[in-house]
Ligand binder design. Structure first.
Ligand code: UDP
Ligand code: MG
Length: 318
C-alpha cells in the first residue's frame, strides 16, 4: 500500500483547522487504497493552534505534528514538513482550505500515470484586491524574462510529488528559500491542473502587501543575477554618453570659445548619476545581505516539540 503525506503549515489557524481536518478526512476516506499521514507544522502560532492540533490528534491517529520555537515563515514550515514526511507521495496544503483537498484523487491519478509532480494553479484571482493582482502579474512577467527558471503565474504551493522529487527539494538547503523557483529548479515532469480561486474559510491572510513585495524581491535575488549585469550595462552606456559629451564640449569650445554656463544641467547630471549609483549599490547590498545570511549557515527552522517526541523517549527507556 502506498502512503501519502499531507503537510499543512499553520500560523494562527485555530479557526480553520477543525474545518480543514473534516474536509481532508472525508477525501481520504474515499481514497481508501492509500495509507496516509497528516503532518501539521505549527509555525510559532500565538493563538491556540497547537492545542487544537493536539485535540484533533486524540481522535485521529493519522495526525503527526511539528511545533517551531517561533515563527519561521511558511517556507521553513514547508521544508520542515518535507523533512519529517515518510510517504511515497507528498502533498503540501494550506490550512485555510484555499487548496481544495477534493482535487487529490485527480492529482493521484496523474502521479500513478507517470508524472513526478502535479501542481495546481488558480486561473482567476477572484476575491483578491485588483492592485495586488496587477503587481502579481507584473512580477511573473519580469521574473520569467530575467530568470532561467520558469515560474507559473497563479501557481500555488499546493502540489503532489513523488518521494524522488521531495528528496531533491530537501537537498536544497538554502536559507533564503523561494519554493516557487525551487520546484522548477529541481526539474521533473510536472502536470498542471487548474481551478477557480477559493477564498479562505476562516481567519485572515498573513500576507501584507509589504511582505509580498519583499517575497518578490527574494524570488528575483534567488533566481536571477540580471540586476547585477544591468549595473555594468548602464555603466557602459553612461561612459559612452560621457565620451560623446566630451567631444561635443571640446568642439564647441574650440569653435565658439567657452562662456561659463550650464550650471543647472551639471547639477541635474550629478544628481541623476549619483541616484543611479545609489540604486545599484542598493541592489548589490541586497545580493550581499543574502550571501551573508547564507554563509552563516543558521538552521532554517528550530523545532520545539513534535508528536514523535514521546515515542522516542519511550524507545530510549526500553
Ligand atoms: N503560514 C505559515 N507561516 C507564516 C504565514 C503563513 O505557516 O508565517 C501558513 C498559513 O497558516 C496558511 C498558509 O501558510 O496555511 C498560507 O497563508 P495565507 O492563507 O495567509 O496566505 P494566502 O493564501 O493569503 O496567500
Ligand atoms: Mg490562504
Amino acid at each position: 500500500m502506498k502512503k501519502i503525506s499531507i503537510i499543512v503549515s499553520c500560523y494562527n489557524e485555530e479557526e480553520s483547522l477543525p474545518l480543514f481536518h473534516k474536509e481532508v478526512s472525508k477525501v481520504m476516506k474515499e481514497l481508501s487504497s492509500y495509507e496516509y499521514e497528516l503532518i501539521f507544522v505549527n509555525d510559532g502560532s500565538s493563538d491556540k493552534t497547537l492545542e487544537v492540533i493536539k485535540e484533533l490528534k486524540v481522535n485521529d491517529p493519522m495526525i503527526r505534528y511539528i511545533s517551531f520555537s517561533r515563527n519561521f515563515g511558511k517556507e521553513a514550515a514547508m521544508l520542515a514538513g518535507l523533512d519529517f514526511s515518510t510517504g511515497d507521495y507528498v502533498t503540501l496544503m494550506d490550512a485555510d482550505l484555499q487548496d481544495p483537498p477534493k482535487l487529490l484523487p485527480e492529482m493521484l491519478n496523474y502521479i500513478e500515470n507517470g508524472y513526478d509532480c502535479v501542481g495546481t494553479r488558480r486561473v482567476t484571482r477572484k476575491g483578491e484586491p485588483p492592485i495586488r493582482s496587477f503587481f502579481a502579474r507584473c512580477f511573473y512577467k519580469i521574473i520569467n524574462k530575467i530568470s532561467k527558471v520558469e515560474m507559473v503565474d497563479g501557481a500555488r504551493d499546493y502540489r503532489l510529488m513523488t518521494r524522488k522529487m521531495v528528496n531533491a527539494i530537501i537537498s536544497c538547503r538554502e536559507y533564503n528559500r523561494y519554493s516557487k523557483g525551487l520546484w522548477s529548479f529541481v526539474g521533473f515532469k510536472t502536470k498542471w491542473i487548474e481551478f477557480e480561486n477559493v477564498e479562505r474559510v476562516a481567519g485572515e491572510t498573513k500576507w501584507s502587501f509589504w511582505k509580498l513585495f519583499k517575497y518578490a524581491i527574494e524570488g528575483i535575488v534567488a533566481f536571477s543575477t540580471l540586476p547585477l549585469t544591468m549595473a555594468s550595462l548602464l555603466g557602459i552606456l553612461f561612459c559612452f554618453i560621457a565620451f560623446l559629451m566630451i567631444i561635443v564640449i571640446i568642439a564647441k569650445t574650440i569653435m565658439w570659445g567657452d562662456p561659463v554656463s550650464g550650471w543647472p544641467s551639471l547639477a541635474c547630471i550629478i544628481i541623476f548619476v549619483s541616484g543611479v549609483q545609489l540604486f545599484f549599490m542598493g541592489i548589490f547590498g541586497e545580493y550581499l545581505s543574502k550571501t551573508y545570511l547564507e554563509t552563516k549557515k543558521r538552521p532554517i527552522y528550530i523545532v520545539k516539540e513534535t508528536s514523535d517526541d514521546k515515542v522516542n523517549e519511550e524507545k530510549k527507556l526500553l
